[in-house]
Design a protein around this ligand. Structure first.
Ligand code: GLU
Length: 510
């Protein structure tokens, strides 16, 4: 019988969740939904020194915004509660004791300075491997090198100690990875990682393995940066006698800088001017505010679609995938090993596509939001019409306002490039006549604006092409924008004639 699919997203609240974390969560979620499985959220907060206030809430809010639903775990509850590792401290002791009993773990009493001295010594001896492990453990202060009574005495006298994994020597450790195939590591290259710290708190390695086992996790889907930890995890499953319950591993490819040169970092994103966090985050030390994808105007469905493609591809030409389609099409087999270049232009492209696909009536709300901040009133119908005109030109919801400002506020300055080149006597004459003709009309439509302009230019034997730019600058102040005739229909006759008159008075003729 195949195991029910139970996957977990297991972030550590040591800072704001990075966009890469959302991708990891997404891939877990897609698999869970496709297989009718369970998506679990576990908070791995065993490293209390690195705890950052607000980071856990940020994780929950970010997942919710991205549309990644948690079935079981922190914030939701479930049969394996609590889901915050710091609250599960009591559970881990039993397993570390079991490892001590089976001689797969040992007590170590070394101070930081003693460990440092060991490293220096091995380095001086020209030894490449300066880890606390197979080559050094017997020269250190631990329950393997000391005899039973010495160990007992140290423990009874209250000397602080940690518990380390005793990594077996001279063996191949095999990690079967669904993305990378068989990864084999020589056990002597691994170190005797600390499993339990001196305050009785488990480390990531112990808590992670114990919880994956207890929570009956079927697939561990996580970033490539955890691949080096996987051999130790495999050993721990064996040491604890859980080798038959071991989850399947899938280590996701790294997210690379846009040029493909190294891992994407916050610094790169800052430098290139794009967000790295899903939501805006204020650093509680520096008070520095980093704008998130949400606040920058990315739609969650566009971001999800973009992230899905950072490592996975459907094997077809299709690029636009709603969450449901991703759920249907996703497969771990179609995730590549190679790092995925983070191309923000592609994210913007997805955003554009999702905006374009929306009905004008829905887009109107973006514009109405901005307008209400500006204390400008506008009907839903007019806002929808403006959005319809602009929707192929915008990347972000806020662009509707930025690009439609001229509809609501008459220009007070005029694009220099256009006025210096195109605002000549000929243009001024045509615009004067055009304005007079427009005044005669009872109502203005885009077609009428166009045919009237053509009539005037024909009469004055000027090409229409020469007038369009001066007309645009007079009406909008800018050199480019949405379809001019359609914009005129929206602006209306009164406003247009007023604006042309003002421009004729204000702009000096070249
Ligand atoms: N707590 C680890 C992290 O912060 C999770 C690694 C894993 O999924 O095993 O990413």
């Amino acid at each position: 019988m195949t195991k029910p699919v139970r996957v977990r997203f297991a972030p550590s609240p040591t800072g704001a969740l990075h966009i890469g974390g959302i991708r990891t969560a997404l891939y877990n979620y897609l698999l869970a939904r496709q297989k009718g499985g369970t998506m679990i959220l576990r908070i791995e907060d065993t490293d209390q020194n690195r705890f950052v206030p607000g980071a856990e809430e940020f994780i929950l809010e970010s997942l919710q915004w991205a549309g990644i639903q948690i079935d079981e775990g922190q914030g939701v509850g479930g049969p394996h509660a609590p889901y915050r590792q710091s609250e599960r401290k009591h559970l881990y002791k039993k397993y570390v004791d079991q490892l001590i009993t089976s001689a797969n773990a040992y007590y170590a009493f070394d101070s930081e300075a003693e460990i440092e001295a060991m490293r220096d010594r091995l380095k001086a001896e020209g030894n490449d491997n300066q880890q606390y492990g197979v080559h050094s453990r017997m020269s250190m202060k631990n329950s393997l090198s000391l005899n039973e009574s010495e160990t007992k005495q140290l423990m009874e006298s209250g000397t602080s100690y940690v518990i380390r994994a005793k990594v077996i020597s001279g063996q191949e450790v095999v990690v079967n990875d669904l993305i990378r195939g068989t990864v084999t590591v020589w056990s002597d290259t691994l170190d005797d990682k600390v499993l339990m710290k001196s305050d009785g708190m488990p480390t990531y390695h112990l808590a992670n393995v114990v919880d994956d086992y207890l929570m009956q996790i079927s697939h561990v889907i996580r970033g490539e940066e955890w691949l080096p930890s996987a051999p130790l995890h495999v050993l721990l499953y064996h040491y604890l006698g859980w080798q038959n319950e071991m989850p399947q591993f899938a280590h996701l490819p790294l997210l690379l800088k846009p040029d493909g040169n190294g891992k994407l970092s916050k610094r790169d994103a800052d430098k290139m001017g794009f967000p790295i966090f899903p939501l805006t985050w204020k650093d509680h030390h520096t008070n520095e505010v980093a704008i998130g994808y949400k606040e920058a105007g990315y739609l969650p469905e566009a971001l999800v679609n973009f992230l899905a493609f950072l490592g996975w591809n459907p094997g077809t030409e299709q690029e636009i995938f709603a969450m449901d389609e991703l759920i249907d099409s996703f497969s771990l087999e179609r995730i590549g090993k190679a790092g995925a270049k983070f191309d923000i232009q592609k994210a913007q492209w997805f955003n554009q596509q999702y905006i374009r696909a929306k009905a004008n009536e829905d887009l109107a709300n973006y514009l109405l939001d901005s307008l209400s901040k500006e204390k400008i009133t506008c009907s839903q119908e007019l806002a929808a019409k403006i959005c319809g005109l602009l929707k192929d030109r915008v990347t972000f919801p806020q662009d509707f306002w930025l690009q439609s400002r001229f509809f609501f506020i008459a220009p007070t300055s005029y694009d220099e490039q256009v006025t210096s080149k195109k605002w000549n006597q000929e243009a001024v004459t045509v615009l004067g006549h055009y304005k007079d003709q427009l005044k005669q009309l009872t109502m203005l439509t885009a077609e009428l604006a166009k045919s009237t302009l053509e009539k005037v230019t024909t009469e004055l034997t000027v090409s229409t092409g020469k007038i369009l730019q001066p007309l645009r600058v007079a009406l909008t102040g800018g050199a480019s924008g949405p379809d001019l005739m359609a914009s005129m229909e929206i602006l209306g006759k009164e406003e247009i004639t007023k604006r042309i008159e003002r421009a004729l008075k204000t702009i000096p003729i070249k």
